[in-house]
Write a protein that binds this ligand. Structure first.
Ligand code: UD1
Ligand code: UDP
Length: 376
């Protein structure tokens, strides 16, 4: 009997992090022919994850261009992924999240009447401009997919409100928790995997550390300038240091290189590979971010997370009290950070380890549901 071909398509760092445990679980099932196509919408940051996770793609479209526009990226993704699907002829496609690769992967599958499974389905901010363009990307996947892997009940309810067939919605947890737990266990076994931070953490020894990441399009321009000024002010405080792996998007990098160069207490560094980033998360006191994935990981490690956005599609962290939406205003960022540093009770209230996003077993559930859909 020929095995059904399941083609998993991804292209960016967060998709790779959230899909490597799913790929492992699928590969553990001999009844499924698991194929991987990366678009390499991100090149360097994708490869960092593939290397660490030991994932070798069957197809690599290698289509990142420096400073790529949404138009060109989308058009090239559609042509490239269409050709891949015509050649591979999968019985199912899997996409993750809300990137251009995920949206176009689902669209290309739809054009060929190939069923699509959506990992991390049902996240909604309710505002098509925040996050932009991710809110619309994920909404486009919803009517196409016939398997919706919702990370939480909140996400499942959002899909139900959009009249998605309840029989196709499965609350699995978010696979980011699987990735995080697996990577922490690997670091515990092999500390050398994250030893590249030894020198920096020794230099910042005894200081309280703020870990920063930012890359959202809503924050490009004025927002990035404001975040950079806030970091300068924060870093001026005695006993404090900032670790800031800077996203390579030129809209982020150019501002941060200009504003943060030469500051003793600020390590504005290249993106860290996943084990190093997890070590930085473990070592820090406060997380300041506009990332989706980091909002999910920080609560698992009991780190207060200040979210530089006006809305979030991940309300679970806010509801649990470990995340706070603060926007990207310079004064607000500085006030919130100093408040957490000065007010022990406020800090302790936010620094509680918990996992509202999953239990670490999402990927095996997902692989099982994919196999079930073939009647296996
Ligand atoms: C993309 C996703 C966003 C996701 C984010 C995760 C879209 C539209 N956006 O945004 O949803 O949250 O990834 O980080 O899908 N670059 C490099 N090397 C890399 C990666 C990026 O140089 O490894 C630079 C390139 O100049 C590239 C630019 O960053 O053109 C933008 O990359 P792109 O994937 O279009 O947008 P992101 O802002 O990374
Ligand atoms: N991350 C990483 N190295 C870094 C910064 C982040 O490995 O230097 C990881 C982080 O742990 C999380 C993911 O990248 O799992 C988040 O990616 P990003 O913020 O780029 O995208 P988003 O989640 O906002 O879509």
């Amino acid at each position: 009997m020929t095995r059904p071909i399941v083609l998993t398509v991804f292209g960016t760092r967060p998709e790779a992090i959230k899909l490597f445990p799913v790929i492992r679980a699928l590969r553990a099932d001999p009844r499924i022919d698991t194929r991987i196509c990366v678009t390499a919408q991100h090149r360097g940051m994708l490869d960092q994850v593939l290397d660490i996770a030991g994932v070798t793609p069957d197809i690599d479209l290698d289509l990142m261009e420096p400073g790529q526009s949404l138009d060109r990226l989308t058009a090239r993704l559609l042509t490239g992924l269409g050709e891949v699907m015509d050649a591979v002829m999968p019985q199912r496609v899997i996409v993750q999240g809300d990137t251009a690769t995920a949206m176009v992967g689902a669209l290309a599958a739809y054009y060929r009447r190939v069923p699509t499974a959506h990992v991390e389905a049902g996240l909604r901010s309710g505002d098509i401009w925040q996050p932009f363009p991710e809110e619309v990307n994920r909404r486009i996947v919803a009517p196409i997919a016939d398997l919706h892997f919702a990370p939480t009940e909140t996400a499942a309810n959002a899909l139900l409100r959009e009249n998605v067939d309840p029989r196709t919605i499965h609350v699995t947890g978010n696979t980011v928790v699987d990735a995080l737990l697996a990577t922490r266990a690997r670091i515990a076994d092999q500390p050398g995997l994250a030893a590249g931070l030894d020198d920096l953490l020794a230099r910042f020894g005894g200081k309280r550390i703020v870990l920063v990441t930012t890359h959202r399009r809503e924050n490009f321009g004025g927002g990035m300038e404001s975040i950079a000024r806030a970091i300068r002010r924060i870093a001026g405080r005695e006993g404090l240091a900032v670790i800031f792996p800077v996203h390579p998007n030129p809209n982020v990098r150019t501002v941060m290189e200009r504003e943060l160069g030469g500051l003793d207490n600020v390590a504005a560094i290249d993106p860290l590979d996943y084990p190093h980033f997890i070590r930085a998360l473990d070592a820090c006191d406060i997380v300041l971010t506009d990332s989706g994935g980091v909002q999910e990981e920080a609560p698992a490690l009991g780190k207060p997370v200040l979210v530089m956005r006006e809305t979030t599609e991940r309300p679970e962290g806010v509801a649990a009290g470990t995340a706070r939406l603060i926007g990207a205003d310079e004064d607000r960022i500085v006030t919130e950070i100093f408040n957490l540093l000065d007010d022990k009770a406020a800090y302790q209230a936010m620094a509680r380890a918990h996992n509202p996003f999953g239990d670490g077993h999402a990927s095996t559930r997902i692989a099982g549901l994919v196999a079930n859909a073939f009647g296996l």
